[in-house]
Write a new protein. Structure first.
Ligand SMILES: C[S@@+](CC[C@H](N)C(=O)[O-])C[C@H]1O[C@@H](n2cnc3c(N)ncnc32)[C@H](O)[C@@H]1O
Ligand code: SF4
Ligand code: SF4
Length: 407
């Protein structure tokens, strides 16, 4: 499937190039040596073709529960809270004791998930040392709203070399709730974490309808935390419920335009900011290596059999953001061979993704969203990823994409 991209140069002249997102071929731009590879074909999940899970997961996501001390207006988990299992400290012991019955080898990464994970402090304190002893080479990751740190928690983070993603929306934080940087005690611990765990912490912002000016977000953090604050992006908001659809998840046409422009300009003026250069490099590498669409799994990775999300009772869920008491329970570790991811749709089964020029960047948005919720999430992802595509073309040609159409 080919697209013609019309580019405009500084002098106003226009030039056409062609791009095929299915084969990652590009015509009209000299890329130098092409390093074409043999790409393995990604598995494609659908309700009609469910996937199982591997007993030797590379990524083990442990969901402690979906309770949280915040109630962010766009929270992807809000619609699932009633479906989350409640667990006791004794469930941690049972979980650890049962591990050998289903898990083979050692995960490369272990993620501890809430809700807000530090609400589950007693469980974390028991789980992490036990898992670290068992899987000495595994890296740990915790994503947190950053409001519950103290000395004891920082010490555990350091002792077990845990990577931390701190979710904060900068000038758009009011959509999430209280600002921990406005609370002297909470701010002190965030500053201590940033100082003590340099290279192992990132501050991750979700771009929303009200907050997607990357230059303003960067300036906001620089003013409060200094110029070397490790900023990153969680990405653009995806839409999981009606309130988000009417509020922070709803970009109108002007908002989508502003989002695309902001992502483009930030990539062009400061590619290192927000880790945007990684997204850019991934796209440029897809062109250089001719990555076919058949090699792509979903962006989140949890469609792969070797990524698994479990709760402390051994339930297996679609992903860490879902609860095991409802439709997103896809099995139990005690009946491992019966686990069936039958709640998700790989983008290859979505006609809009198969004919999408930014599919190599987006990789299909959230795999379990449907209907209006998927449509708005897709519109948001399209604008976000078009900004990256435009920036890649600008870096390669010095010209701006002004039109893109099937050819
Ligand atoms: C659901 S939270 C759970 C962890 C923790 N409570 C936190 O906020 O960091 C995990 C991540 O998802 C992000 N997030 C929440 N809702 C989202 C949405 N609708 N779209 C995109 N990201 C979202 C949060 O900002 C956070 O970075
Ligand atoms: S995004 Fe995180 S902090 Fe906000 S309500 Fe959801 S789980 Fe809590
Ligand atoms: S932008 Fe929309 S259509 Fe394109 S790959 Fe993402 S979800 Fe699919």
């Amino acid at each position: 499937m080919w697209y013609t991209l019309t580019l405009e140069a500084r002098d106003g002249s226009r030039h056409d190039i062609r791009y095929n997102p299915h084969t990652s071929e590009i015509e009209g731009i000299e890329l130098g040596l092409i390093d074409e590879r043999e790409w393995p074909t990604a598995l494609r999940v659908s309700k009609a073709t469910p996937l199982g899970k591997s007993r030797a997961p590379k990524v083990l996501k442990i969901q402690l529960g979906l309770s949280c001390n915040y109630s962010c207006s766009y929270c992807s988990q809000a619609h699932q809270i009633g479906d989350a299992t409640l667990s006791k400290l004794t469930d941690v012991e049972a979980f650890l004791a049962n591990l050998d019955s289903w898990l083979e080898g050692a995960p490369e990464r272990i993620e501890l998930w809430g809700g807000e994970p530090f609400i589950y402090w007693a469980k974390l304190k028991r789980l992490i040392p036990a898992l670290a002893e068992r899987f000495a080479s595994a890296r740990f990751l915790i994503i947190t709203n950053g409001s519950l740190f103290d000395r004891e928690k920082l010490d555990l983070i350091t002792q077990y070399d845990i990577d931390i993603g701190l979710s904060h929306d900068g000038p758009g934080q009011d959509l999430r709730g209280p600002d921990p940087l406005e609370n002297p005690e909470q701010r002190r611990w965030i500053e201590a974490l940033l100082a003590e765990r340099r290279g192992h912490v990132s501050i991750n912002t979700v771009l929303t309808a009200q907050n997607h000016d990357l230059a303003a977000i960067k300036a906001w953090f620089h003013a409060r935390l200094g110029l070397d604050v490790p900023l990153s992006l969680e990405g653009v908001v995806n839409v999981y419920d009606a309130a988000t659809l009417l509020g922070p998840g709803r970009f109108d046409e002007a908002g989508l335009h502003a989002l695309r422009r902001s992502v483009f300009e930030s990539h062009v003026t400061a590619p290192q900011a927000f880790g945007l250069d990684k997204r850019l490099r991934d796209f440029l590498s897809s062109l250089k290596t001719r990555r076919p669409i058949s090699a792509l799994g979903q962006k989140c990775g949890i469609d792969r059999p070797e990524h698994i999300a479990v709760d402390l009772q051994g339930n297996v869920m679609t992903c860490q953001n879902t609860g095991a008491k409802g439709e997103h329970k896809i099995g139990h570790v005690d009946e491992f061979d019966a686990i069936a991811l039958n709640t998700a749709t790989h983008f290859a089964f979505r006609p809009e993704c198969i004919s999408c020029p930014v599919v190599q960047l987006c990789k299909g948005s959230c795999m379990f969203l449907e209907g209006e919720l998927f449509a708005q999430s897709c519109a948001n992802e399209f604008a976000f990823n078009m900004g990256i595509l435009m920036a890649a073309v600008w870096h390669l040609t010095g010209m701006i994409v002004v039109q893109i159409q099937p050819s």
